[in-house]
Ligand binder design. Structure first.
Ligand SMILES: [Zn+2]
Length: 339
């Protein structure tokens, strides 16, 4: 364990076999709790030799399918079903999940911008530092389950960064395809640094991430996809015993690797989505438009497709502020042939 983390944990990562359920305790003082600790539930299931897989959700509080899926794994997985070590954290940010927010109400931080973290920082920064210095070094594979949260809707997809190391990239492509989503997506970071997957990738880990829908509601089919996809990836990685389900048809890989592929509201107003999620569009298509509720006579401003592509994500709430991302347009891709 890192000498500098103030986090106390009630589980051991060194037990050769068995199931342990406990928590990470992050010191956090508040007005009615001078010696309080924020508890983050964690489960470690170990069984002999094999890979260590870290499975995470609730990085953003308002993204729930992964939290439900990991909770089910927690309750249903016995040590004899595992080969290696499974570390489960269903909800990385319990205060944000309970509040239904992207940012933690404790410190206002987006957990996915806190890496590599700071042992002397806020609760989110302390936990990010613990992942960076304790949990990632223990792990071979890191899975971080997301959705678009309340702000965006995604075509349910597994996605990944195009990491420069070819061996790592090839393993990530295969694991991403094992999630069994119809569409698999290469994305880039257009809104800041300090992401959890980027730090795990920097440490050479095989990283699998998702964007499984979004908005407030979760379809039953998306919950099912998250749960079955996660288990299949775990079997693919060899940490969960059982037969790997093969894809019925090849994944459709798409990419949004240019900043132009991410479209933003030009003004504040009321956003109208004009294209269904997952629809293929041609250059110049009106993806949506911003209306002005205080000036109904004013013509709405369109948001246009800059190229042919598929609408992989769009705005969930109708109200937009200038600069909010309202659409992501992706293009067919062949990641095994990319430099
Ligand atoms: Zn997220």
């Amino acid at each position: 364990m890192s000498a500098t983390t103030p986090i106390h944990t009630s589980v051991s990562f060194d037990l050769p076999t068995g199931r342990q359920c406990g928590h990470l305790a992050i010191p956090y003082s508040h007005n009615l709790g001078g010696w309080a600790n924020l508890r983050v539930p964690i489960c470690v299931i170990s069984n002999g030799p094999g890979p260590t897989v870290l499975v995470l959700a609730g990085n953003h509080g308002d993204e729930y399918p992964g939290q439900v899926a990991i909770g089910k794994l927690w309750r249903e997985t016995q040590a004899e079903q595992v080969a290696g070590r499974l570390i489960l954290i269903p909800t990385l940010s319990p205060p944000a999940a309970k509040a239904g927010t992207r940012l933690s109400p404790l410190d206002g931080r987006n957990f996915n911008r806190c890496f590599p973290g700071d042992p002397n920082g806020t609760p989110s920064e302390i936990l990010a530092h613990y992942l960076t210095t304790v949990l990632f070094p223990l792990s071979d594979i890191v899975i971080d389950l997301h959705t678009g949260g309340r702000s965006m809707n995604f075509v349910p997809c597994a996605h990944m960064h195009l990491v420069p190391d070819q061996k790592q990239r090839e393993a990530m492509i295969a694991a991403t395809e094992a999630f069994l989503t119809d569409i698999t997506f290469l994305y880039t970071d257009i809104a800041g640094t300090g992401l959890l997957p980027a730090e795990a990738e920097r440490q050479g880990k095989i990283v699998i991430t998702t964007e499984l829908g979004g908005g407030e509601a979760v379809l039953a089919s998306v919950h099912r996809l998250c749960q079955s996809g996660l288990r299949n990836v775990l079997r693919h990685c060899g940490v969960l015993r059982g037969e790997v389900e093969q894809r019925k048809r090849p994944a459709r890989w798409v990419q949004a690797l240019s900043r132009e592929d991410y479209l933003f509201a030009p003004e504040s107003g009321l956003y109208e989505n004009c294209v269904e999620l997952g629809e293929d569009v041609q250059r110049g298509a009106v993806l949506g438009q911003v209306h002005f509720l205080e000036q109904p006579s004013r013509a709405p401003i369109p948001v246009l497709a800059h190229a042919d592509g598929i609408l992989i994500a769009n705005r969930a709430p109708s109200l937009v502020g200038q600069g909010d991302c309202v659409a992501c347009l992706a293009h067919d891709s062949a990641p095994r042939r990319l430099p």
